[in-house]
Design a protein around this ligand. Structure first.
Ligand code: AMP
Length: 506
């Protein structure tokens, strides 16, 4: 049986072992999972969910929301989590595209959701699940039987659809199979050495691949425990570190921890592993964290469509500014974006991957799926990068963020790294803005450290020593903060929109 849930259940060695606890004192053991997921699976079936049906879920983070994920998979349904920030009118698109047979929303928005469903002619049932195990689904589950025969699924059947964050155009549903998720989790358990002695601080959202699959499935397959937090809070993380062994975070978590006066070697002595991903970790953050704690952050690279692709080594050099080596079973190559020809070592091209981790395509979008796979099965990630002489993979940014100025390619990361090296600069984002003469004008958006004063001329003068003229920003804009999404990614599309008229264009 290859149902992901069945594989997780098979891996349970000690039913008394704690799976998760919350700071409010809620505890779920591995032994509890069978009955809890059975109740929710029965409730789903009672609401009309059949194998292969999509179960769309937009609820706050809670242990029950995780149980719902496992129950949907156990019932052979396709779990479809949605970002809690989506508005009701944004949900309309997902409901129309995914055609779920059930939508689970928050108790507060249940009525509005039901209205939307009625208005759009969707056939979906509507149920609710609140953060305090309240709502109609929780009620139905509490009354449902505690046994359930896990629905048999094949390796290539869908376990989940996750919509990509969609910074260009409509977001697309990435179809993830039972084997995509199981194989990637088992690989991560192995390479990151997770065992039942581990305790993970879980502070990520669970509507995204990082918190839902990378963090949760790795814990489930290793029989480890987690302290399940509703959100990231640096004080809370510092307080809990003496009881934990590991943290998985986005770069912003680490930036915040470095700002915390309590971050010391002693405070992190019990922690064996800090993992970062979902957005680039500045080399400077990596170094500062290692200086304070003696522990180098392990940076890895993945995406919704592919699960995890590369990781810095557990043993061996965790090189700042790189995402390490391809994971076992994952083939990774760098190709010319136009011709798909392989690119010599050290040169920048588009990263392509193939392996059991790579998704089955975009939901009901065969054209897009075809366009993003090469004929030999490699998925074109859209990330630009290179492989250095030691085999470490470097990401230089998304292809769509590449700036082409006067016909020359400008890789934003190269310019950002130089700007970030100027004393007084906290961080920067380099974007291309329409420009009548150059096509795009290189534009730097810069955040200064508190109290620092710098002006455009000083920044440009500094850069002229290290960067060719065509890479130097034509304008430098100072802002208080860069726009970021929930995973800490800088939203360059928002910046491009804000500054699109900067050079007189529109
Ligand atoms: P998502 O599908 O939301 O997980 O976003 C995936 C994208 O995040 C990738 O295609 C990369 O552009 C970016 N990303 C993920 N991890 C890293 C990393 N360690 N360094 C740089 N970019 C990353």
């Amino acid at each position: 049986m290859t149902n992901l849930y069945a594989r997780i259940a098979d891996a349970i060695k000690n039913p008394a072992q704690l799976f998760l606890e919350t700071t409010a004192g809620q505890r779920i053991t591995y032994g509890d999972l069978d009955g809890l997921t059975a109740r929710y699976a029965n409730a789903l079936v009672g609401l009309g969910v059949a194998p292969g049906d999509r179960v769309a879920v937009q609820v706050e983070k809670s242990p029950e929301a995780l149980i719902l994920y496992l129950a949907a998979v156990r019932a052979g349904a396709v779990f479809l989590p949605l970002n809690t920030a989506y508005t009701l009118s944004e949900l309309e698109y997902f409901i129309g595209d995914a055609e779920p047979s059930l939508i689970v929303g928050r108790p507060e928005t249940g009525a509005a959701l039901a209205e939307l469903v009625a208005r759009t002619g969707s056939k979906a049932a509507v149920a609710t699940l609140g953060q305090k195990a309240d709502g109609s689904l929780a009620e139905a589950a509490s009354e449902a039987p505690s046994t359930f025969a896990t629905v048999a699924r094949g390796d290539n059947d869908l376990a989940a659809i996750l919509y990509t964050s969609g910074t260009t155009g409509r977001s697309k549903g990435a179809m993830l199979t039972h084997n995509n998720l199981a194989s990637n989790a088992l690989t991560l358990v192995d390479v990151w050495r997770f065992t039942s002695s581990d305790v993970l601080l879980h502070a990520l959202p669970i509507y995204h691949t990082h918190g839902l699959f990378v963090a949760t499935n790795t814990i489930l397959f290793s029989g480890a425990s987690m302290i399940f937090l509703s959100k990231f809070d640096a004080d809370e993380i510092m307080r809990l570190m003496p009881r934990a062994t590991s943290l998985m975070g986005v770069p912003t978590f680490y930036v915040r921890l470095i700002q915390h006066p309590g971050l010391t070697r002693e405070a992190t002595a019990h922690m064996r592993l800090f993992v970062s991903g979902s957005a680039p970790l500045l080399a400077e953050t990596h170094r500062a964290f290692a200086e304070r704690t003696g522990k180098p952050i392990l940076e890895r690279y993945g995406m919704t469509e592919t699960n995890m692709n590369t990781s810095n080594p557990y043993d061996g050099d965790r090189v700042a500014g790189t995402v390490g080596f391809p994971l076992p079973g994952v083939s990774l190559r760098v190709a010319d974006p136009e011709t798909a020809a392989p690119i010599p070592e050290g040169e920048i091209g588009v990263i392509e991957v193939k392996g059991p981790n790579v998704f089955a395509g975009y939901w009901r979008n065969p054209e897009k799926t075809k366009a993003e796979f090469r004929d030999d099965g490699f998925f074109i990630t859209g990330d630009l990068g290179k492989i250095d002489e030691r085999g470490y993979v470097h990401i230089v940014g998304r292809g769509k963020d590449l700036v082409i100025s006067g016909g020359f390619n400008v890789y934003p990361k190269e310019v950002e790294t130089e700007i970030d090296g100027i004393p007084g600069v906290m961080e920067s984002a380099v974007i291309g803005v329409p420009h009548a003469d150059f096509g795009e004008g290189v534009t730097a958006v810069v955040v200064l450290e508190k109290g620092a004063t710098l002006d455009e001329a000083t920044v440009v003068a500094r850069l002229s020593k290290t960067l060719a003229k065509f890479k130097q920003p034509k304008k430098v804009i100072f802002v208080d903060d860069l726009p970021r999404n929930a995973m800490g990614k800088v939203q360059k599309n928002v910046l491009r929109e804000t500054y699109k008229g900067l050079y007189g264009g529109s």
